[in-house]
Design a protein around this ligand. Structure first.
Ligand SMILES: O=C(O)COP(=O)(O)O
Ligand SMILES: [Mg+2]
Length: 221
C-alpha cells in the first residue's frame, strides 16, 4: 500500500526553470492513494494540473487560502486587506512586478502575490500596518493573513476525506511548505529547498526538484 501524498508544485514537481517535469505524468495518475496538490499558486493552477493529470480535484491553493475537497470550495484569508496592502505599496512607489494582464493575481481570492524584484522592506512594512504577513516562497512574495497555511488546509481536507494527516507523505521546497511538514507523518525537502523548509522537514533529499521528488515516490512504491 502506498501512502497518500501532499505535494507542493513549484520547485517540487518542476525543473529549475519552473517548467512542470513531464515525469509527473508517469507517476501521479496511477498513484494508488490520494494525491493532494498544495500550492501558493492561485486556485485555477492546481485544478488544471489535476485535470490534466487525470486526478480527482482535491487541492490546496493560495497557501491554504482556497481548499477544494469533495466538490466543495472553502476560503480563508482577507483578500480585501491584501488588496489594500498592494494598493498602498504601489501608492508609496512599490511595483507589484506583473504585466497588465496580471494572471498571477487575476484569479487570486484570499491573498496577493508580488514579484520577488519588489521592494521587500516596504512591502513588509505596509503589510504589517494591515496586520498581514509576507512570506517568500522563492517564486513570489505572498501578502496573506496570519494562520492561513497549507498545513491547515490539509487538516481540512483530511477531516472531509476521513484521513489522518499523519498518514500522509509530504514533499516541498519552501517556507510555505513548513506547515504541511508539521502535520504529516513523513516530510521531505528537496535539495533546492530554502532553509525554513529544510529545517521543518524530517529529511532533506540529496536530489533537487523532480529528481528529489521521484527518489521518494520510487522508494515508496
Ligand atoms: O506560488 C508560489 O509562490 C509557489 O508555489 P508552490 O507553493 O507550488 O511552490
Ligand atoms: Mg514550492
Amino acid at each position: 500500500m502506498v501512502p497518500p501524498l501532499v505535494l507542493d508544485i513549484d520547485g517540487t514537481l518542476t525543473d529549475a526553470q519552473g517548467r512542470l517535469d513531464p515525469r509527473a505524468f508517469e507517476v501521479l495518475p496511477t498513484w494508488d492513494a490520494p494525491v493532494i496538490l498544495a500550492t501558493g499558486k492561485a486556485f485555477p493552477y492546481p485544478v488544471s494540473l489535476c485535470h490534466y493529470l487525470g486526478l480527482p480535484q482535491t487541492v490546496i491553493a493560495e497557501n491554504g487560502g482556497v481548499v477544494l475537497v469533495d466538490g466543495e470550495v472553502t476560503f480563508a484569508g482577507d483578500r480585501e486587506a491584501a488588496q489594500a496592502v498592494a494598493d498602498e505599496f504601489v501608492a508609496r512607489g512599490g511595483d507589484l512586478g506583473w504585466d497588465a494582464a496580471d494572471t498571477v493575481n487575476r484569479w487570486r481570492e484570499t491573498e496577493i502575490a508580488v514579484n520577488l524584484d519588489a521592494d521587500e522592506e516596504l512591502l513588509r512594512e505596509v503589510a504589517a500596518t494591515y496586520d498581514l504577513e509576507v512570506i517568500d516562497t522563492g517564486f513570489a512574495y505572498h501578502v496573506k493573513s496570519h494562520g492561513v497555511e497549507k498545513g491547515a488546509g490539509l487538516e481540512h481536507v483530511c477531516e472531509t476525506m476521513k484521513y489522518d494527516p499523519a498518514d500522509f507523505v509530504a514533499i516541498g521546497d519552501s517556507e510555505n511548505d513548513a506547515s504541511t511538514f508539521r502535520v504529516v507523518g513523513q516530510s521531505y525537502a528537496v535539495a533546492n529547498a530554502d532553509e525554513v523548509a529544510k529545517e521543518a522537514a524530517d529529511e532533506v533529499l540529496e536530489e533537487s526538484y523532480m529528481d528529489g521528488t521521484l527518489s521518494v515516490l520510487n522508494a515508496l512504491q
